[in-house]
Design a protein around this ligand. Structure first.
Ligand code: GDP
Ligand code: IMO
Ligand code: MG
Length: 425
């Protein structure tokens, strides 16, 4: 039997997962998204074209790869339909080509889940999470609260009754907020999209994925968000509502822990976060603004400006431990091309102590990063396509990270395009 490799983010999301899944997809027979929903925005660039995927796995541009939206994902049928309509208009139709299947056990995001998300954030005011407002939290709440509707339910004769029952409950909840809404248009779009959803093959992801493994085929599980947004281990409550870690691939696809193979942990050469919550190495200054402009750090899903800061090694070590990372992938090295000096946070000063791990409370007592200065490479690396051409100071930076993190860096990304990727060892 083969094993499932996993690729996931080690920071607060937007590390470049979409690009690398696309790059690696020729090596795999199946790409499977295992958690999250359309809060994700995974960007791919090739042949001068750019695509942003929210729900669809990033393997769809590879001719031979199958793609699965796993049971751990929450699906907004309206957004999924829009994604597929846009792809079709651009000449890519994974449904017609039979390259996309959906887990029956994946939960559905209803229009009222989005309303509840918005009402809740509005009520929290300045303490809000900074949610993408896609209805993620309320949908996972209904899943764990055992009220949710699943993809497989759409083919049952009483689907509409089940929908109405849940919506009544949501309306009751909404009546406790001072929140105005009109559901008419959204509801019509929802039911139209449900009909479309029925035209995509539904599968039992647990049997589907294990079937691939039994036949000796290769599978890559694609994470969404990042480890520091994990509902258990992230910067709670400023997190998303799913397990973004390797363990999430087991529950989100139906595979046993001993079926996990390589775990690719992906991170930026610096760090970003979008939405609220603590960010120890944040640079709320000119340097942060420079990173934002050079790195085009604006959300792929919401367009919001991403907060930027230096790389955070205690946080990365924590993420590597939680995920059992076997290989690292460093993204966006080119964004640091212009810096004379770059910095890496090696420790935190926290409650009068110097520590090298992430403490329980980083909200009421903000850790002060201890920074190590590193000489910049001051070279345009965007056209580097051979390992021998990598500037020596960038090689030194990678060697420093490998020593600190105790995991090899296998791939280096020097630009958004597919071809701007180097395999290191
Ligand atoms: P994801 O959510 O992890 O898939 O990442 P996003 O797509 O949200 O954000 C990553 C952004 O960085 C996208 O705009 C990518 O096109 C871009 N990107 C990916 N790798 C690189 C790189 O090496 N250099 C630069 N400059 N941009 C990159
Ligand atoms: P990808 O897969 C970056 C953040 C939101 C907010 C918090 C909760 O593209 O890396 P939610 O909508 O889940 O209730 O929002 O999580 N967030 C992300 N940040 N990348 C993402 O996905 C994110 N998905 C959610 O900004 O702070
Ligand atoms: Mg993203």
């Amino acid at each position: 039997m083969t094993q499932v490799d996993v690729l996931l983010g080690l920071q607060w999301g937007d590390e470049g997962k979409g690009k690398i899944v696309d790059v690696l997809s020729p090596q795999y027979d199946l790409i499977a998204r295992f958690q999250g929903g359309p809060n994700a925005g995974h960007t791919l660039e090739f042949d001068g074209k750019k695509f942003v995927l929210n729900t669809i796995p990033s393997g769809i541009f590879n001719e031979k790869t199958m793609n699965l939206i796993g049971n751990g994902v929450v699906i907004d049928p309206i957004i999924l339909k829009r994604e597929l309509d846009n792809l079709k208009a651009a000449g890519h139709d994974p449904v017609a080509k039979g390259k996309l299947v959906i887990a029956r056990k994946a939960h559905l995001i209803l229009p009222t889940h989005q309303l509840l998300d918005a009402a809740n954030e509005q009520k929290m005011g300045k303490d809000k999470i900074g949610s993408t407002l896609k209805g993620i939290g309320p949908t996972y709440m209904d899943k764990t609260g055992r009220n949710g509707l699943r993809v497989g339910d759409t083919t049952l004769p009483d689907f509409k009754d089940r929908y109405n029952k849940l919506v009544e409950k949501h309306k009751d909840m909404l009546s406790h907020y001072n929140f105005e809404y009109d559901l008419t248009e959204k509801e019509a779009a929802f039911f139209e999209a449900i009909e479309f959803l029925k035209s995509i093959p539904h599968v039992d992801s647990e049997h589907y994925v294990n079937g691939f493994l039994k036949e000796g085929k290769t599978v890559l599980a694609e994470g969404a968000q990042g480890t520091l947004l994990d509902v258990d281990f992230g910067s709670y409550p400023f997190v998303t509502s799913s397990n973004t870690t390797t363990a999430g691939a087991c529950t989100g696809l139906g595979i046993a822990p001993n079926r996990i193979g390589h775990v690719y942990g992906i991170f930026k050469a610096y760090c970003t976060r979008v939405g609220g919550g603590p960010f120890p190495t944040e640079l709320d200054n000119e340097i942060g603004e420079n990173l934002r402009q050079v790195g085009h750090e604006f959300g792929a899903t919401t367009g919001r400006a991403r907060r930027c800061g230096w790389i955070d090694l205690p946080a990365l070590k924590y993420a590597i431990m939680l995920n059992g990372v076997t290989e690292l992938i460093m993204m966006k090295a080119d964004v640091l091309d212009g810096f004379d000096t770059i910095y890496a946070c090696t420790h935190y000063e926290h409650n009068g102590e110097t520590i090298d791990y992430m403490p329980y409370d980083i909200i009421s007592v903000k850790p002060t990063p201890v920074l190590k200065a590193i000489e910049g490479w001051k070279t345009d690396v965007t056209k580097v396509n051979k390992v021998a051409e990598i500037p020596s100071k960038l090689t030194d930076y990678i060697a420093f990270l490998e020593k600190e993190l105790e995991v090899p860096v296998k791939y280096l990304s020097v630009g958004p395009d597919r071809v701007q990727t180097l395999e290191l060892n």
